[in-house]
Design a protein around this ligand. Structure first.
Ligand SMILES: Nc1ncnc2c1ncn2[C@@H]1O[C@H](COP(=O)(O)OP(=O)(O)OP(=O)(O)O)[C@@H](O)[C@H]1O
Length: 270
């Protein structure tokens, strides 16, 4: 039987299959994650929520390739992820900028490392364009200690996107920011995602953030042996308007459902 295009399209863009992670510890084996299965479509925006310590970063580290599963695996376009690659870029809560370099130099360094063969002028243009995209054209020559938290996170996002990744991995990127800066950055992130259409995996502790940003919200059970408890579809049409979606009765239904999952069904005992 000949393969038709719909058969070929059945390979998921990003697929996490039967993934488990066990750490050896002095007290014996510690099972962090057990039997995680998730398929993500190209261009999808996924948020992951769960109590502290359940293994969210561990899971995303295995998609970025910084950590290896004990069993199962993560596959990008059918290929097993074994190590970090420029098709997957990570933005951390702590910015991870080099303090002795300017915003421009921080982004340029990453571009230069990812594309050593590109002409300098092209790499400088990529750097400038991505800093402009996050509204930092004017601050390009400032060093991290001259930038606010929100500006530093903008530099990290510009640095990740300048590499043109297929998957953008965000590990609680706005967790340290004040509420107003956080909302501004969420709006910017959505705008950028809309233009770039890369696939996003983002950890958050904020249900409202997830409801505003995500196509689907992955809710993790508690560890040890944490797994995906449920996945919520977020149906609000795009482009999203924060005020409009908060007026939608479905918003509160979804919010209450997620709150109930986290604080009743999978309440954290501490
Ligand atoms: N190298 C390691 N050896 C043993 N245990 C580890 C190791 N790295 C992480 N852990 C444990 O794995 C669990 C999951 O950690 P992880 O950082 O993935 O959780 P998280 O859900 O991202 O937490 P948070 O929301 O607080 O960032 C924690 O209990 C942590 O102590």
């Amino acid at each position: 039987m000949a393969l038709n295009s719909s058969t070929l399209e059945t390979i998921p863009f990003l697929s996490i299959q039967n993934l488990s992670k066990v750490y050896p510890t002095p007290k014996g084996e510690f099972s962090v994650l057990a039997d995680i299965n998730l398929d993500v479509a190209e261009g999808e925006f996924i948020c992951v929520i769960g109590h502290s310590g359940c293994g969210k970063s561990t899971l995303l580290d295995m998609v970025s390739g910084f950590n290896q599963p004990t069993q199962g695996g993560a596959f990008l376009k059918g290929n097993l992820i074994r190590k970090p690659g420029r098709d997957r870029m990570v933005v951390f809560q702590g910015y991870a900028l080099l303090p002795w370099l300017t915003a421009f130099e921080n982004v340029y360094l990453a571009v230069d490392k990812a594309y050593p063969k590109k002409m300098t002028a092209e790499k400088r243009a990529l750097t400038r364009d991505h800093l402009a995209m996050v509204g930092l054209a004017e601050a390009a020559d400032k060093k991290p200690d001259q930038l606010s938290g929100g500006m530093k996170q903008r530099v990290s996002i510009a640095r990740a996107l300048a590499i043109r990744p297929e998957v953008l991995i965000l590990d609680e990127p706005f967790g340290a920011l004040d509420a107003i800066t956080k909302e501004e950055l969420q709006e910017e992130l959505l705008k950028i995602w809309n233009d770039h259409r890369c696939t996003v995996l983002m950890i958050t502790h904020d249900i409202d953030e997830a409801l505003f940003l995500a196509d689907r919200l992955v809710m993790m059970t508690n560890g040890p042996s944490a797994t995906i408890g449920e996945i919520l579809q977020i149906p609000f049409p795009r482009p999203r308007d924060r005020v409009q979606i908060m007026e939608d009765p479905q918003y509160y239904e979804l919010r209450n459902y997620a709150l109930d999952f986290l604080y009743h069904r999978f309440a954290h005992e501490d």
